[in-house]
Design a protein around this ligand. Sequence first.
Ligand code: C2E
Ligand code: MG
Ligand code: MG
Ligand code: MG
Length: 280
Amino acid sequence: YVKERGKNDFMIYDQTMEQQSLERRILENALRQGIKEEQFYIEYQPKMNMSTNELIGMEALVRWKHPDLGVISPGKFIPLAEETGLIVPLGEWILRESCKQALAWRDEGYPPLILSVNISVRQLEDVHFVEKVQTILHETRLDTKWLELEVTESVLANDKSTISILKELQNLGIHISVDDFGTGYSSLSYLKELPINTLKIDQSFIKDIHTNKASNEIAKAIINLAHSIGLNVIAEGIELKEHVDELSKDGCILGQGYYYSRPLKVGAFEDYMTNIHEAS
Ligand code: C2E
Ligand code: MG
Ligand code: MG
Ligand code: MG
């Protein structure tokens, strides 16, 4: 009986594995097709100066609109895109598209904003990455000082070559921001050698910053750390007035989150820029 049951368990397990790899292959093919057919679009989330309520920038966040499945969030497909290497062509499209949009807004007379784009480690491992960035900036006529790349801590702990690529990018005038800061497992020693401009406090510390002493202290420590070594600091995941108040008390004036706005499609972001301009 035990044996039989064991065998059944195994079969169930096996089916699940097969099912998973099948779903994965389907998704991977759909992703490949989607890149070819440009089924993606970008939403932009405002980055704010919380003390003046000024709009200072926007983060480009990719969305996939699958013809049958509808809108799929990046949490679902970015990991697969990274594993399969498809993030390289997709990431290039995201960068080109968002730089083009940033310049179009400039040409239409909207105030100048810094564009932040998320970059995966796989993209930094691409030997042509710096060249591609330069080509895109050249094509879109966007000055390097208006571009910021967001990388996660794991990228920085990675290896010497990705670090030297980040240095090259920074030498071009591009800003580098460490996304989800505080959630990586890397040592802090990299902060003194690395080409970084900004630490972005992970939203997990912001969520309960007003109710949880530990989160509050961690956020405070990150803010002090950034300032004491001459870096900018921004908080993400701001949903409440209480979050703004806590952060202001602790000296963090830059922030991003649903409290100000969700990520917006092009037209809605234009309305946001217009309204905030009129309000101030
Ligand atoms: P991230 O770069 O840390 O982006 C922040 C995520 O938090 C976004 O989710 C954003 O919509 C969400 N968010 C913003 N404000 C709030 C808030 O107040 N509360 C809460 N709960 N969430 C908030 P999204 O757009 O689903 O993106 C998830 C992750 O997927 C991103 O995390 C990033 O790691 C990745 N991703 C998104 N777009 C791209 C892209 O173009 N390229 C790459 N390589 N990765 C991307
Ligand atoms: Mg980001
Ligand atoms: Mg983040
Ligand atoms: Mg994140």
